[in-house]
Design a protein around this ligand. Structure first.
Ligand code: GLN
Length: 197
């Protein structure tokens, strides 16, 4: 799919296909219908899910109004059906209701590491995961259970070296039943799927 991007959003990466494909697989298997995506950026994840799952309702949110405009533009260009909605929200701030699936590729690069990135075409906002890179995983893991249907799932992209740290956030929260990790095509840990209670 051809996504329009500009300096308001992260340029989609191949690694994220692993996340999208796993969510498609789970939704087909479990018949999941209501999906929330946090930190949509260009909308690449939400729009791919809408295209390949069809029979779902997707809400996508992002803190950046500029990103929301681009996600809407991509949905209009790429989707036949209007089964997707985008709203501005700082994580769960403006989100209501419960979802079968919460998916996110949040900013996860450590602030110090970003200093070495050449950020000519992408906003720092889309990459900066705070000092430890875990800021948004912490919000997701500590809040998402309130927005999950019974036995709903959370699927998140992670940095290649963040599996252990994210797994301890999950365990320490005490809010989830189980989780597993998946590697990307380069052999790096890239996705964690978490099962709610
Ligand atoms: N994988 C991206 C990169 O290394 C980062 C994506 C993100 O922070 N969500 O450039």
């Amino acid at each position: 799919m051809d996504f329009y991007v500009d300096e308001n959003v992260l340029i989609p990466r191949n690694d994220t296909e692993v996340l999208v494909e796993e969510v498609i697989r789970i939704c087909k298997e479990e018949g999941n219908k209501d999906i929330l995506e946090l930190c949509v950026g260009s909308g690449a994840i939400a729009i791919s899910l809408a295209k390949y799952l069809k029979d779902v309702n997707i809400l996508g949110v992002d803190i950046s109004e500029g990103a929301i405009e681009i996600a809407k533009r991509n949905a209009k260009n790429l989707l036949e059906y209007e089964n997707i909605k985008f709203i501005q929200s700082d994580m769960f701030e403006n989100v209501d209701g419960k979802f079968d699936v919460i998916v996110s590729n949040p900013p996860y690069i450590k602030s110090k590491v970003i200093e070495n990135y050449s950020l000519e075409f992408e906003p720092k906002l889309a990459l900066d995961g705070g000092e430890d890179g875990l800021e948004f995983y912490s919000i997701i893991i500590n809040e998402a259970y309130k927005y999950l249907e019974k036995e709903g799932i959370i699927a998140i992209e992670i940095g290649f070296d963040q599996k252990e740290e994210v797994e301890s956030l999950i365990r320490n929260s005490g809010k989830y039943k189980s989780h597993y990790a998946i590697k990307d095509l380069g052999g790096n840990d890239r996705v964690i799927v978490i099962y709610g209670r």
